[in-house]
Design a protein around this ligand. Structure first.
Ligand code: DGL
Length: 269
């Protein structure tokens, strides 16, 4: 039993897709969220920069004495986590393993699409894991660099979002896949638009939701659950203006977070 908070971070709003699922799956857990809104996007940056940013983000959450860290970011999970995980005693859970597993269990025709940031797609993180376990699965991947700025600017289900989705997914759609991994935690915010374009035969795998399930298993196995019942506390931190994050975050989480978001100087950590 451990009543300390779970730390969750991402480059911006995207990690809230994991937070929402964690709130559903584990309603008694306190959560501290950090969105690096001053330095978003991560997915187009070099591996060195992503590692540097990730170390700041982890150091900040550790300064709040969290019991565990969820890297709610496909890019950090793919590029930084394999290099830095061993430097910390606190358990750190990324999004790639659980998401790749879920896709493998979902596909019936062994044809899986993967979309993510340029960094994630270039790293082949999802692809490698899937191929290791089942080499007969065919993978079709596509980097979608404009999806993150769309989401950060509130374009979840708009005409602009529709156009960009069509532009990026046209090739993927032709591949007769039955499963599509949303390999970036920002992408579930575009779920309706992506799903409408891909059609109902293609199952979308949400990295945030799969990671929330993996987190629950980890807490079960290591007896790390909080003892409190109800009244979980949620705190949010960002590295730039709080306003945009408060309004889009409230809309997406379906609960008002206005007045609960604090700005910090992440470069200090
Ligand atoms: N949401 C993150 C991911 O899953 C980061 C996206 C970005 O900042 O480019 O990859």
């Amino acid at each position: 039993m451990d009543n300390r908070s779970i730390g969750v971070f991402d480059s911006g709003l995207g990690g809230l897709t994991a937070v929402k699922e964690i709130m559903k799956e584990l309603p008694d857990e306190n959560i501290v969220y950090f969105g690096d809104t001053g330095r978003v996007p991560y997915g187009t940056r070099s591996k060195e920069t992503i590692i540097k940013y990730s170390k700041n983000d982890i150091a900040f959450l550790l300064s709040l004495n969290v019991k565990l860290i969820v890297v709610a970011c496909g890019t950090v999970s793919s590029l930084a986590l394999p290099e830095i995980r061993g430097d910390y005693k606190t358990p750190i859970i990324g999004v790639v393993e659980a998401t790749a597993d879920a896709a493998m269990h979902t596909t019936k025709n062994n044809r899986i699409g993967i979309i993510g940031t340029p960094g994630t797609i270039k790293s082949s993180s999802y692809e490698r894991l899937i191929k290791q376990k089942n080499s007969s699965i065919e993978i079709f991947s596509k980097a979608c660099p404009l999806f993150v700025p769309l989401v950060e600017n509130g374009h979840f289900d708009t005409k602009v979002a529709e156009l960009v989705v069509e532009e990026y997914l046209e090739e993927v759609k032709k591949q007769n896949i039955d499963t599509l991994i949303l390999g970036c935690t920002h992408y579930p915010l575009l779920k309706n638009t992506i799903s409408r374009y891909m059609g109902s035969d293609v199952k979308l795998i949400d990295a945030g939701a799969e990671t929330a399930r993996a987190l629950k298993e980890h807490l079960d196995k290591n007896e790390l659950h909080s003892k409190q019942r109800g009244g979980a506390e949620y705190r949010y931190f960002v590295s730039d203006n709080v306003d945009g994050f408060e309004s889009l975050g409230s809309m997406f989480l379906g609960m008002k977070i206005n007045g609960q978001v604090e700005k910090i100087d992440i470069e200090k950590y």
